[in-house]
Design a protein around this ligand. Sequence first.
Ligand code: 0GY
Length: 291
Amino acid sequence: MDADYMPFKPDPTRPRYAPPAGAVDAHCHVFGPADRFPYAPERKYTPCDAPKEKLFALRDFLGLSRNVIVQATCHGADNRALVDALQTSGGLARGIATVKASVSDAELRALDAAGVRGVRFNFVKRLVDATPRETYLTIARRIVELGWHIVVYFEAQELAELVPFLNALPTIVVVDHMGRPDLAKGVDHPDFRRFVALMAENPRIWSKVTGAERLSNSGPPGYDDFVPFARTLVRAFPDRVLWGTDWPHPNMTSHMPDDGDLVNMIPRIAPSLDEQRALLIDNPMRLYWSR
Ligand code: 0GY
């Protein structure tokens, strides 16, 4: 099947902002190549191939040092492309996998040996068919044994209903793209305040300050409306935030971002050097490279 979304920009601009040595891109994907790693039959979209070589070249070009590669829904629970990228990264990539409840202990151990440090639970209806909460809780109890954590992806309107489930999870929970707030509503809207309150009440909840390209109404190159949201979380929870490119930006229809622009936003989200070090190095290293 042909790809049904825009291809990533092959020639991003070199960022003006130079990340500190050791910076981690903590949200990115690898797709295919399909002739080696076919897409999942149950996928809701077919991406353009975005192989590991391109990801690692982008990492170096942008002045980043490491990647956390997140299993995307187009590969379902077939983690082979992810594992291959991790195993050939020279220790510079860690992964978040998607697993079914039927996954064996041996399979989990093999994922761990490859560099997987967590699982992703996805609640975005356009991306996946629903998985029962009980199934997710069963998986959660098993992966805790490995010292893994959980990444969750949901949209803002799901948050109120998801809070009890998120609080019941027995380990660190990293929320993708700040829970996808509606940026037009502003940071003081009750929806975003609810997310901030959840992080304040539950110290196990972390957030990725990512997704500017998919959440912004004001658009590139500055994604100005995204900045106050990310800034709010970095200021309030400096030791529980992660940053990433979101490359290769699946399902973008409005525009394809220039990854150099996304890097240039970092000092607006995290103005002080201490905040930048926490966001880009200390936090992801603690979560993904403690062993
Ligand atoms: C993202 C966002 C999207 C896709 C996926 O797993 C996925 O397919 O996460 C999206 O369409 O919003 O973070 O990659």
